[in-house]
Design a protein around this ligand. Structure first.
Ligand SMILES: [Zn+2]
Length: 415
């Protein structure tokens, strides 16, 4: 590395360590920020010489990054941004902290994918899904797909691993060849991880016609865009690889959505030459991801924490949760987005028949939504009150970002 980059990298590590020592989180954002101030090309310098995978999408990217890092770990040391700091400051900090590693698997905020592709020149990029998220500040889904598509046109040498079940992702991953046909579309490996949420992909991003669905198939009624045949698919509790071999996936993470994330992780690792048979057992080493899926015992109640932050992830959370008493918590602070109107995009009917408790800054927004949805509920004011309100056994907690952190903090205090 050039001297300037060496200095920037060292200062970045020190700043992150100081921030950690001061109890201000894991320090990766401030460390990366200072490093990039000293050398704006620091991320590119730190990325050079590593084989890198980028993982992006609206939902599942933190978990998939953890699983993919575990799978690529078959080959050697892997740098990764495991605390979910998924913008260039976080990537810079993660690579500076890791020192020299042959591999890196990085979670990337979908808005920054073009920029991080440019800086890191990855070997492979995984595109998971695109759906509405944080209505007051995130881009419209079709605009996001357009940005991804334009970025991939400029990087035709990158290998793409993409979700065949999401029409927006398929369109983004298959840009047309340019006029003189010198630039070919990227090479794509398709996986099928399912898509429970369809409300952002009824209109074709190519021609504006409606998209039709039948079973797992989908196709545009006005142009050739349709579901490609996936090479990696989820079958029962395992993954079918491109050779037709089936691998049982034993995860410590709940839900079918995580078997889909495991399939994606195996497909990403395969792009580095990792055989699924060698990687699959390593996936069970991932227990909780930044506190998500963590289980805590409290007064005979087995509490499980599920993060859900937008309509698509709430649907997945209902599927992951056992048929047990369920506490829902909603805040609308800055990291959550200030607009809670998305609650009306979620069908809460799957909660009927469960004991439902609600809490959080915006519990009353949730109350109105549940009332309209004919789901009986009880409003409680603290986590301890929730514990007392449910019988011994499982208590599922589904919360959005800062509500999730509040409950984690409360659990840490009582334990
Ligand atoms: Zn179309």
């Amino acid at each position: 590395m050039p001297l300037r980059a060496k200095v920037a990298s060292s200062v970045s590590r020190t700043a992150a360590a100081l921030s950690r020592a001061a109890g201000r989180g894991d320090g990766s954002v401030i460390g990366g920020w200072i490093g990039l101030k000293i050398d704006p090309d620091l991320l590119a310098h730190l990325a050079a010489g590593r084989a890198i995978a980028l993982i992006s999408g609206t939902n599942g990217k933190t978990t998939t990054t953890r699983l993919a890092a575990a799978a690529v770990g078959v080959l050697g040391k892997v740098a990764t941004n495991s605390f979910g700091a998924n913008m260039p400051t976080g990537h810079t900090s993660a690579l500076a902290k890791a020192g020299s590693t042959p591999y890196a698997v990085l979670e990337v905020d979908e808005h920054y994918l073009a920029q991080v592709l440019e800086a890191t020149e990855p070997h492979v990029v995984a595109l998971l899904n695109l759906s509405r998220d944080q209505l007051d500040r995130a881009k419209e889904v079709a605009m996001m797909a357009q940005l991804w598509r334009a970025a991939l046109v400029r990087h035709q040498d990158v290998r793409v691993v993409a979700n065949a079940d999401d029409p927006m992702v398929v369109w983004a991953a298959t840009p047309p060849p340019n006029h003189d046909h010198r630039i070919n579309p990227p090479q794509v490996t398709w996986f099928s991880a399912g898509q429970r949420w369809h409300e952002d992909s009824w209109v074709c991003p190519e021609c504006g016609s409606t998209i039709q669905r039948s079973g797992e198939q989908w196709w545009c009624t006005g142009c050739p865009l349709r579901r490609p045949d996936p090479q990696w698919t989820v079958e029962d509790d395992g993954v079918l690889d491109p050779t037709g071999a089936w691998h049982k996936v034993s995860l410590q993470l709940p839900g079918k959505v995580n078997v889909g994330n495991a399939a994606t992780a195996l497909a990403v690792a395969a792009e580095f030459g990792v055989r699924p048979v060698d990687a699959v057992s390593r996936l069970s080493s991932v227990t909780s991801v930044a506190g998500r899926y963590a289980q805590v015992e409290k007064d005979g109640r087995l509490v499980r924490l599920l993060l859900a932050k937008n309509p698509a992830s709430w649907l997945e959370a209902f599927d992951m949760a056992d048929l047990a008493p369920t506490l829902l918590s909603i805040n609308a602070r800055d990291p959550d987005g200030l607009d809670t109107s998305w609650l009306f995009d979620v069908d809460f009917a799957p909660l009927r028949g469960r004991q439902v408790l609600i809490t959080g800054d915006r519990a009353y927004d949730l109350a109105v939504r549940l009332d309209v949805n004919d789901v009986p509920f009880q409003h409680i004011r603290s986590f301890n009150e929730a514990i007392r309100a449910v019988p011994p056994g499982r208590l599922e907690v589904i919360a959005n970002y800062t509500a999730f952190q509040d409950i984690r903090a409360e659990l840490d205090r009582v334990n």
